[in-house]
Design a binder for this molecule. Structure first.
Ligand SMILES: Cc1cc2nc3c(=O)[nH]c(=O)nc-3n(C[C@H](O)[C@H](O)[C@H](O)COP(=O)(O)OP(=O)(O)OC[C@H]3O[C@@H](n4cnc5c(N)ncnc54)[C@H](O)[C@@H]3O)c2cc1C
Length: 188
């Protein structure tokens, strides 16, 4: 709830908090949610997907492998181990059907694993695979000046979140830096 250029209350649906004159808040929701709450806020024009593929590959932990489109992290240990592939900016992978994506990515992964001599079994037949598509994983980075949303859109409300850091790409580090900047702005 906004009154007189200040956040006057926080509505969590089942719960609500009234903010007093000395109270402040940090809004660290995703950009589209921040814009829903503050409609005049400028937010990223588009988002890039990240696709994760989790293969039930039996065998020991084998190390880590990086490839041009993402990284593969063998995980777990012993017979229950698996291997996960992360494809950042995965527009093509996000469009592709799991039925073809799983086997195609496995073939690429297997080729690289064998070339690097990674431990474990890398059968030609793709193991069972679970695909998770995060369609709005990160703001899409485009040429031109970065978005600079106001740190204090309201006198007692600071914005945080990876997308509000003007210097770093949308990462955990950017979100931590933005949180620190938000706290400092409110304490000033
Ligand atoms: C698949 C994937 C892999 C990634 N891998 C890496 C990596 O390897 N390294 C790296 O640095 N970064 C990685 N990232 C990016 C990293 O996860 C983000 O940059 C970081 O989590 C952003 O943190 P945040 O606090 O800004 O936002 P989020 O982590 O998105 O947090 C926003 C929070 O707001 C909550 N929320 C939403 N709406 C509301 C509401 N109305 N009211 C209250 N709360 C609400 C959400 O539940 C969520 O908890 C990855 C992201 C994805 C999707």
């Amino acid at each position: 709830m906004v009154q007189g250029g200040r956040a006057a209350g926080l509505d969590f649906g089942e719960d609500a908090v009234t903010l007093g004159t000395g109270d402040a808040a940090v809004l660290a929701t995703p950009p589209w949610e921040s814009q829903r709450l503050l409609p005049h806020l400028e937010t990223p024009a588009g988002y890039a997907p990240i696709v994760n593929l989790h293969y039930a590959r039996p065998g020991p932990r084998a190390g880590a492998l990086h490839r041009h489109a993402g990284c593969a992290l063998p995980m777990g240990a012993g017979a229950a181990g698996g291997v996960s592939v992360t494809v950042s900016a995965g527009d093509d992978a996000a469009r592709e059907d799991q039925a073809t994506l799983g086997p195609r990515a496995w073939a690429e992964l297997r080729q690289a694993a064998l070339a690097f001599g990674l431990d474990g079994d890398w059968p030609e037949a793709p193991p069972p695979c679970r695909v998770v598509k995060e369609r709005r994983a990160t703001p899409r980075h485009t040429p031109g000046p970065p978005l600079r949303p106001p740190r204090l859109p309201l006198a007692n409300l600071a914005l945080a979140g990876d997308w509000t850091d003007p210097l770093l790409p949308a990462t955990i580090e950017a979100s931590v830096r933005s949180g620190e900047a938000a706290a400092k702005a409110l304490l000033r």
